[in-house]
Write a protein that binds this ligand. Structure first.
Ligand SMILES: N[C@@H](CCC(=O)N[C@@H](CS)C(=O)NCC(=O)O)C(=O)O
Length: 270
């Protein structure tokens, strides 16, 4: 499969997360164990969309290797990555053990979360009524909280002076969405009732929105949810994945300037 081949060429630079094989001990031969499954490849950079998938992989304890896609250096435009993710956005995954035992690649974080939920039977209930509730809040994040917080962050923290209308429009919308979330969480511990992929999808965006809106003061139920999630060991691990990579880039003004040029002002390349 072409996509999987392209992925293989990028694997060289992968940070190996999967447990290393212990050395074989000499001694009486043991019955052959079933062949070890290859880890999932996670194409990733530590951002709110990337964290969704690192959280889910950690929560499910699925073996994976993280392949950094430095979006500030333009690695999302390499031909190998575009074969996996034609939208030049991370996250994406390649699961060597996909449907029918054949490799599959998936882009779009919501599609990846649903796929991993169906694959593992975890955090994405099979019961239709409960699944519909998870989908509601997952799509709410994908179409609302994520894009609106992204735009608010752009106009408030990255755009040049001016843009008052855009700042207000997106700032207001983030505030409105946090209000919706706060109301929902008044009588639910998690968005769809039980902890699910919808919560994982929202996690990083609430962290990002907390830099725009005073969540602690204005939205106490969202704060309590953020604290509840933050205490989960898998969330801690998923949130920490690749942090040093991003910190190194943030500490380098030249790299930041290069990133701005790559990330802003993109137009169709064909
Ligand atoms: N809808 C996509 C959005 C992914 C996305 O926007 N990823 C950003 C980082 S958070 C990215 O890869 N940006 C690269 C670029 O702008 O070229 C998803 O949910 O997977």
């Amino acid at each position: 499969m072409a996509k999987a081949k392209a992925a293989a060429s990028r694997r060289k630079s992968a940070s190996r997360i999967a447990a290393a094989k212990p050395p074989r001990k000499a001694g009486p031969s043991r019955p052959a164990s079933p062949p070890k499954k290859k880890p999932i490849e996670l194409y990733y950079w530590p951002t709110p969309n990337g964290w969704k998938i690192s959280l889910m992989l950690e929560e499910c304890r699925l073996p994976y290797v993280m392949v950094p896609v430095n979006i500030g250096k333009g690695e999302q435009f390499t031909p190998g990555f575009l074969k996996i993710s034609p939208n030049n956005r991370m996250p994406a995954i390649v699961d060597p053990d996909g449907p029918g035992g054949r490799p599959i690649s998936i882009f779009e974080s919501g599609a990846i979360l649903q796929y991993l939920g169906r694959k593992t039977g975890k955090f994405y209930p099979a019961d239709e009524r409960r699944r519909a509730a998870v989908d509601e809040w997952l799509f709410w994040q994908m179409a609302g909280l994520g894009p609106m917080t992204g735009q608010a962050n752009h106009f408030l923290n990255h755009a040049k002076e001016g843009n008052d209308y855009a700042r207000k429009r997106y700032g207001d919308e983030v505030h409105r969405l946090l209000g919706v979330m706060n109301t929902r969480l008044a009588d639910h511990d998690f968005l769809a009732g039980a902890y699910s992929i919808a919560d994982m999808a929202c996690w990083g965006w609430v962290i990002a929105a907390s830099r725009i809106v005073d969540v602690d003061a204005e939205f106490p139920n969202v704060k309590a949810w953020r604290d509840r999630m933050g205490k989960r060991p898998a969330v801690e691990r998923g949130f920490a994945l690749g942090r040093a990579l991003r910190e190194a880039q943030n500490a380098d003004p030249k790299a930041q300037e290069e990133a701005r040029k790559i990330l802003f002002g993109q137009r169709a390349r064909t």
